[in-house]
Design a protein around this ligand. Structure first.
Ligand SMILES: Cc1ncc(C[n+]2csc(CCOP(=O)(O)OP(=O)(O)O)c2C)c(N)n1
Length: 321
């Protein structure tokens, strides 16, 4: 049971979620200082999903990501300094500053890439799953995507193939209710994306995406099934993005009171309360962790700001493999 997870694992989850949240808050601030080229798609409110999923994965396992890539990346074990440098477009970033948050990738930690093309991560996850099957390793692929992406052809084609070939893929739908400004009910006539699993003969599970332990547990079952060679699982994590679609979206399309309702279910706050209630951590220990995370992020910002931009001669390097 996830509720009985060992102390270190729970603390690790709390630390990671906090790292993602505070990292993003810094990026938000730096964007206001004109230090972030392009834009950034915010992940605040969804941290329990990245962390609940990746806490089930080892370094050799793979993930595919979305345009909200930095949270997934950090959860999979990316270095904060190199992630920050990438977002600031610096030479020391994971993609030498040419990817930014929407194209960040690090194959060394199994992060196969963020992508700006909605739904594009799904076929990549299937390809990675097929490679695992052909190489006969016991790796897993976790594929993150939004509910909006589940209306793309790639969703249906990818899950169909993964199911038919019994590939070790966990399809993780982060249902944050909105695809840009479009509410789910305007664009589809089903309440649960997980129900679509029926069409492909695989389990479809709905889980509270703001509860890291619930996500952890659901993914654990999916991993067990995949490792037995039984194929993929579709896990829909119900959540909410606390901010606009991207840094420039004031998100005025949301009904009154909705944000406040979801803020009360903030995933980090909930885990913190659980850790305190179960005497897993004391208030002082929590404060120490928070301080350590703040320091780590300050170091990442310093590293990124002090790093050079790539030279113009490098513009066309690494563009084609
Ligand atoms: C193929 C494609 N169509 C449209 C867009 C424009 N677009 C960017 S993000 C987005 C919404 C995606 O919604 P969802 O998949 O639910 O993910 P979320 O943004 O909620 O995390 C859209 C339509 C795009 N980037 N790619």
């Amino acid at each position: 049971m996830a509720q009985n997870l060992e102390r270190e694992k729970l603390i690790g989850m709390y630390r990671k979620m906090l790292e993602i949240r505070l990292f993003e808050e810094k990026v938000f601030e730096l964007y206001g200082q004109n230090l972030v080229p392009g834009t950034i798609h915010l992940y605040a409110g969804q941290e329990a999903i990245a962390v609940g999923v990746c806490s089930n994965l080892g370094k050799d396992d793979y993930i595919t990501s979305t345009h909200r890539g930095h949270g997934h990346c950090i959860a999979k074990g990316a270095d904060l300094k190199r992630t920050m440098a990438e977002i600031l477009g610096k030479e020391t970033g994971y993609c030498k500053g040419k990817g930014g948050s929407m194209h960040i990738a690090d194959f060394n930690i199994g992060m196969l890439g963020a992508t700006a093309v909605v739904g594009a991560g799904l076929p990549i996850a299937v390809g990675a799953g097929l490679s695992i099957k052909l190489r006969k390793t016991d790796q897993i692929v976790a594929c993150f995507f939004g509910e909006g992406a589940s209306n793309q052809g790639t969703f249906h084609e990818s899950i169909n193939l993964a199911s038919t070939w019994k590939l070790p893929v966990i399809f993780v739908c982060e249902n944050n209710l909105y695809a840009m400004g479009t509410r789910q009910s305007i664009a589809m006539n089903v309440e649960n994306i997980a129900d679509r699993a029926v069409a492909y003969g695989i389990p479809g599970v709905v889980v509270d995406g703001n509860d890291v332990l619930a996500v952890y547990e659901a993914v654990q079952k999916g991993v067990e099934r995949a490792k037995k060679g039984e194929g993929p699982t579709l896990i829909e994590c119900k959540t909410y993005r606390q901010k606009g679609h991207s840094r420039v979206d004031p998100a005025k399309y949301r009904p009154k009171g909705e944000v406040e309702e979801w803020l009360a279910r903030d995933p980090i706050k909930r885990l913190k309360e659980k850790l305190l209630q179960t005497n897993t951590l004391t208030k002082t220990e929590i404060q120490r962790i928070e301080k350590e995370v703040v320091t780590k992020i300050e170091e990442a910002v310093k590293f990124a700001i002090e790093s050079p931009y790539p030279s113009s001669e490098e513009a066309l390097e690494d563009v084609y493999a």
